[in-house]
Design a protein around this ligand. Sequence first.
Ligand SMILES: [Zn+2]
Length: 122
Amino acid sequence: MASLCRQIIRANAFKGVLVNAARRGYADKLMPDPLEHATGLERKELLALQAGQDDPFNMKVLKKNAGTRENPTLVPSCFDARIVGCICDEHSTAITWLWLHKGHPRRCECGHWYKLTEKPVL
Ligand SMILES: [Zn+2]
């Protein structure tokens, strides 16, 4: 029901935009969809966002799990290695950087374990 209401509100708002544009005489000069102009990485990002993937380039901060050797924090990567920054302590003002290589889980200075997982290329 809420979805239907949102669709009706969006349709009415769009109709209002068209009516206002027609009154001003530039109805045929609306801005095109940004996806039509995007190329390269920008296009891939827009398509991924449209498909519901909100972090296509893995730029969000990962939440740590237990971080034990048996249950390491999984870090996705399209490559065989990746740099990981560990905020070892909640109040830490520095980040500990470490390289992670495919097939070799690694332990940070704080004792937290990380493991590289394969992520399919966009
Ligand atoms: Zn650490």
